[in-house]
Ligand binder design. Sequence first.
Ligand SMILES: [Ca+2]
Ligand SMILES: [Ca+2]
Length: 344
Amino acid sequence: MLGKNNKKTNIDDATAARVNQELIVHNMPSVSTRSFVSGNVNTAVSGSQFLGATDNKNKHQTVGIVIIGLGLVFVGVLVYLSYRFIIKPAAQEPTVTAPLVSPVSEVPEKTPPLISTSTASSTAVVEVAPSVIEMVNPDIIESTSTASTTIEEMPIIIETPPILDADVDGLSDDEELALGTDTTLPDSDGDTYGDLSELGNGYNPTGSDKLSASTYLTKYQSQTGKYEIYYPKSWVLKSLNNDYATIISAPDNSLMQISVQGNPKIQNISSWYDSTFSLETASTNRVQKGNGWEGIMGEDSLNFYLTDNNRENIYIISYIPALSDRLAYPNIFEMIINSFKITN
Ligand SMILES: [Ca+2]
Ligand SMILES: [Ca+2]
């Protein structure tokens, strides 16, 4: 039993040893396993192969060094070329353009910055200025010449419009438009009295009753001047200088003006007129009597001078035509004078 057990124990030990060896063998690397298996011969062969690899390695290293050296040389050439043709010229350009820039930087103080060189700017100014003068002067001369010819022709262009009287009743068409009468009928209201006759005698040419009843006329009262007048309603009246001057504008830009001034010497109108205009010939025979006044028509027939019965003021009624040779409203001027009334 014991021997059997010892035998069995020896067998188990041998098995265990073999198992361990196999475990060791299987756990070792395959190369080592080959070397152990191949023995010394394989080991010598592998040694000669190792010497050959070392030679090849040296050759490769030499080639590598040569390649690296050539690479370094090539890089050096590239660096030199880049410095010679790129970096150096780029570095030199500012130094070359610097003198060109500095004059330009001085130029903008006098000329626009867009101009690259001072010579270009100076020649440009010098060339343009005379050409402009040469271009402008002829135009100016031509324009003045044409203007002068136009001015010479002006009187022909603005020839005084003719004064028409379509119905030949003595009232111009302009006056009949202001009075509301018919320019084609001498007796507009058909009362057998002509328009001019009714107007001159203080009657309404467009209907019955007195002239003051005409719907085409209106009355103006001056508190300062203490008078009243009638004038065409369609005309424009303006009071100036505290009512010491009154202006009435007619459609053709003619004016009727009534001005008031003192009569410090309390002269009658004939004496005032003679002394004012230094007339040697007495104008007494030209005196007209009105409603609270006496007056004299000036020799130009455009100014009527009158004074109130108290000889307090001198009134001047003036017809100021827009064109000196066109008097379209002589009868209305007369009507305003006749309608003049001192109101006190
Ligand atoms: Ca007429
Ligand atoms: Ca009539």
